[in-house]
Design a protein. Structure first.
Lengths: 796, 157
């Protein structure tokens, strides 16, 4: 483990305004669909109106004759263009079932939105008009939209597999065999609860867009895409379309949000690439919002059966989790791995014995494929434990904050090796909780509650909290290997000092709203002692930043940012050798601070980085054997995940006559280790909290029994507006990570992980007088109203 | 499919523009595709998200709900028309200073809507800002800093 540097920082930790903003605020920034691409043909995809059907005859004759239409392709027509099926990079078990599927379906459609035919035309409007003229004979089959129904295999979706079960992944950790069973039989307190993680639609504000620009004679192709994974996309495009990888360049221009939904390899990216090569001209596509809801991945989609046992003091002694995961129709890039990312977090922030029995069975359904959505497995796990702690507290008749205190891993226990074998780097849960409870005025709310929640009251006050760990900084490559993930978890950076002492930082991360250009500039400026304005961050173009593993899993800072610091160290080492040579001293006798090398004990003998940069460029007087130029590439493979943590708390008022929930106060205390830019940290927390709160109160991808998505646009799917959400009070504790030189942990998913259970805990707290111990998400007015009615009925 | 074309003449960011467009052309497509002003974004197909908000004759409107033909003879301001003499509009500055944007996709529409909001209500309360921006969705910021930006631009914070 590296000790973090203790010297005072000058740039790291400053709430600098973002470099990205002027371009984004003035319309200067170019998203993929803003690119002007002369001569491009437009792709449109005909989508299945059936959840499950055999495809019969497809008549494209009329569509082909329409003005502007250049070609119409069925799935069968396109088969020769694919070198491999759509990729899944995470075969979680050796016997995992993964049905081959292609950018346009062949033989069968398995969800509403599955591609059935592709049209190329001279305009987007002409291409979309032609979709209406394609006639497809479907033989509809029974839809499978219920996970327990899928498990029964009454209707098997992928015939060749013979079952809807993709895999079962167990994780049983016991000191003694049968320990969990024993605890569930004999422990003083045992609670059992089922939670449904409803399907969510990520709904990044920028729909996906793609443009593939070929060089018909040279053979190279440039793929522009609204993606958060240009590097992964490059490899996968090469493999699936069968192009030598060095001839593929992927560029992610400005990207308008992702939240995991752009962490994938999509049919349209492969279609544009393959068809651009076939036709020898650019092909582009832009997604409509309805297509986005149907054909871009969904998130969550789990049923969790959770049992928790505690001793007479409430100390947790065992846990059992049975999970059913909804894969949707096919496996996308990391679909099967999402529940596994949560598997290690079911004991949350608590000191837990080796008495854990987890099993996940994942099934195919006739719905849009699921995949990583902000938090990916970790919000689900955190929700399960944090709701269950409240259920346990209610059963024991003690305050949930007190039950948490009795079980927290204590500050002095860090680094803490958990029952899973994972080591939590650092933390102080009691401090974060104390701060959150103080900010939310927990004791005051409890007192108000006593006065307000009396018989006959129509507005009930509730307070809820969540303490969480966010396993992030994905990921140590060796751990990924043990989980059968198909790639490593490192990140690359190159730092280059130009002859005029301006700095280029080349990163393998791929920002889409996170402000990497600003934050990475701060890291380089701090390390090199140059002005933030003198640093340019280059990213998201595989020709400029060829090495990288992109942005997801709150990894960009704790992996990519640390890689930049490491590359800076290499540059400084090289500069030190040049300075020593020119100052005629030993390299070890040089101090480096504020961008200048000075000789220890003779501070007047010094050489600024600017002079060294120019000397390295001219190469007139370098030490023997040293290469000219000041540039270094560094690849960082994290030794551990990073473990940001925190406590969220909120106060709600529930109107028992209408079921409406008002969130009166929301407090988020996050500890993401050292903050590079507090402004950006706070923004990430705000946005994350609202996405989690939206799961708790508003959002759900609703399917009817025939597999039709009833919430396929922004009029039906309730992404909250400003008036639907509260202001957010943020607070922070800072517990540096000891595993990297910056002491950073990452923050992208924290808000989402904490928010949903916090809100639901508060609602259940408000309704506890009715004997209600749980409410489903989203806790819409109707849901709450029904829950109250049922509870009252039961009481009579 | 037979398509009828219409001639339109629209002043955009102070400059006269004209063109012959398909009758079904939405104002947003005229702005983006015919004029190449791509700062105005499209985020939905139900007039729900507000990413395409521009000003038409001084009023904030969703340019996906209006045909180019309906704007004929009108005057449109897009996000590209806000900065003057190399200086961003005070609302743009307020968004920058208060971290009122992350991915930036909703931002042009949000800024145009916010300017429209302050034209109608120059000193709004926080609640009035939240309700006033109801027609514009953001997925990144949780709105906290957007509200703060608008209040800052109004001088009420």
């Amino acid at each position: 483990m590296t000790m973090i540097e203790q010297r005072p920082t000058t740039v790291i930790g400053k709430a600098l305004l973002r470099k990205e903003d002027p371009a984004l605020l003035t319309g200067e920034a170019k998203y993929t669909n803003d690119l002007k691409i002369p001569g491009a043909l437009h792709l449109a995809v005909l989508r299945s109106p059936h959840a499950h059907a055999r495809i019969g005859r497809i008549d494209v004759a009329a569509a082909s004759r329409l003005p502007g239409v250049v070609a119409v392709y069925t799935g069968a027509d396109l088969q020769p263009l694919w070198a491999a099926p759509m990729p899944c990079a995470w075969p979680v078990t050796k016997d995992m079932k993964n049905p081959a599927h292609y950018p346009i379906a062949v033989g069968k459609v398995c969800y509403v939105g599955d591609g059935v035919a592709a049209v190329l035309a001279t305009s987007d409007a002409a291409a979309r008009d032609a979709l209406d003229a394609i006639v497809v004979d479907y033989e509809p089959l029974r839809a499978v939209v219920d996970l327990e129904d899928a498990l029964k295999d009454t209707t098997v979706i992928h015939d060749a597999l013979g079952t809807n079960v993709s895999y079962t992944w167990p994780l049983v950790i016991e000191e003694q065999p049968g320990q969990v069973d024993e605890a569930m039989r004999t422990a003083k307190y045992v609670v059992k609860q089922r939670y449904v993680q409803q399907r969510l639609i990520p709904m990044a504000m920028e729909p996906r867009a793609v443009a593939a620009v070929p060089q018909p004679f040279g053979g190279d192709i440039t793929l522009y895409s609204a993606t958060q994974v240009p590097h992964i996309l490059k490899v996968m495009t090469a493999i699936t379309v069968g192009i030598p990888e060095h001839q593929v360049r992927v560029v992610a221009p400005a990207v308008g949000g992702g939240f995991g939904s752009k962490l994938n390899v999509y049919a349209e990216e492969l279609l544009c690439t393959a068809l651009a090569r076939k036709h020898g001209c650019p092909v582009r596509w832009v997604e409509e919002r309805t297509e986005n809801a149907q054909a871009t991945i969904h998130g969550r989609g789990q049923i969790q059966d959770v049992e928790l046992a505690a001793d007479e003091r409430g100390k947790f002694v065992a846990m059992r989790v049975r999970l059913i995961g909804d894969m949707g129709a096919y496996l996308q890039l990391v679909t099967p791995g999402v529940p596994l990312l949560g598997a290690f977090l079911y004991a949350g922030v608590y000191d837990f014995p080796k008495a854990f029995d987890f099993s996940c069975t994942s099934v195919f359904t006739t719905m849009t494929p699921t995949d990583a959505y902000r938090g990916a497995g970790r919000p689900e796990a955190t929700y399960a434990i944090e709701r269950t702690v409240d259920v346990m507290a209610a059963k024991m008749g003690i305050d949930p904050a007190e039950l948490r205190r009795r079980n927290y891993i204590r500050k002095e226990q860090f680094p803490y090796t958990a029952y899973t074998g994972l080591t939590y780097d650092s933390g102080d849960h009691e401090a974060a909780a104390a701060k959150a409870l103080s900010l939310v005025d927990y004791d005051g709310v409890r007192a108000r509650q006593k006065r307000q929640n009396v018989a006959g009251a129509t507005k009930l006050l509730g307070v809820g909290m969540t303490s969480y760990f966010e396993m992030c900084g994905l990921a140590p490559s060796r751990v990924l290997a043990s989980l059968n993930y198909g790639a490593g978890g490192w990140e690359s950076a190159t730092v280059r000092i130009l002859p005029t002492n301006k700095v280029q930082v080349v990163t393998g991360t791929a920002p889409h709203g996170q402000g990497h250009e600003t934050a990475w500039s701060q890291i380089a400026a701090e390390k090199l002692g140059v002005a933030v304005e003198d640093v340019d961050v280059l990213h998201s173009d595989t020709a400029i930043a060829p090495l990288g593993l992109d942005t997801y899993g709150s990894r960009s800072l704790p992996v990519g940012g640390v890689a930049i610091a490491g590359a800076c160290d290499k540059v400084i080492d090289k500069a030190r050798r040049i300075a020593a040579h020119q100052l005629e001293c030993d390299a070890a006798d040089l101090d480096f601070a504020g961008g200048t090398f000075s000789v220890k004990g003779s501070p007047d003998k010094q050489m600024p980085l600017a002079a060294i940069a120019f000397a390295a460029f001219t190469a007139h007087n370098l030490p023997d054997g040293l290469e000219p130029n000041l540039e270094a590439q560094y690849t960082y493979d994290p030794p551990n995940f990073s473990w940001p943590f925190g406590t969220h708390a909120c106060v709600v008022e529930v109107d028992v006559e209408t079921g409406k929930v008002d969130v009166l106060t929301y407090v988020a205390v996050d500890d993401c280790g050292v903050q590079i830019n507090p402004l950006i940290v706070e923004g990430q927390v705000h946005g994350g909290v609202v996405q989690g709160l939206a799961q708790a109160l508003y959002e759900e991808a609703v399917y009817d029994e025939d597999g039709n998505l009833r919430t396929s646009n922004l009029a039906e799917y309730l992404v909250p507006a400003a008036c639907d959400v509260p202001p957010i009070t943020t607070g922070h504790t800072v517990t540096p990570s000891p595993t990297n030189q910056l002491g950073v942990k990452g923050v992208g998913e924290a808000g989402t992980i904490g928010a949903a259970p916090t809100v639901i805990n508060a609602i259940v707290d408000a309704l506890s007088g009715y004997g209600i111990v749980d409410v489903p998400m989203p806790a819409s007015p109707q849901t709450i109203w029904n829950a109250i009615r049922r509870a009252q009925g039961g009481a009579r | 499919m037979a398509s009828t074309t219409v001639k339109v003449s629209i002043t955009v960011n102070g400059a006269t523009t004209s063109g012959e467009v398909e009758a079904r052309t939405l104002l947003v497509h005229y702005i983006r595709e015919h004029l190449g002003l791509t700062g105005t974004n499209v985020g939905c197909d139900t007039s729900s998200c507000g990413a395409c908000t521009v000003h038409l004759d001084g009023e904030a409107v969703k340019s996906c709900t209006i045909l180019a033909a309906q704007a004929d003879g009108g005057s449109v301001t897009t996000i590209e028309g806000l900065a003057k003499g190399g200086e961003m509009h005070p609302m743009q500055k307020a968004f920058m200073e208060n971290h009122g944007l992350q991915c930036g996709y909703c931002t042009p529409g949000m800024v145009m809507a916010a300017i429209g909001l302050l034209q109608e209500n120059p000193r709004p309360t926080e609640e009035e800002v939240r309700v006033g921006l109801e027609g514009n969705l953001c997925r990144c910021t949780g709105y906290h800093n957007i509200v703060k930006s608008v209040l800052a631009a109004a001088g009420t914070k």
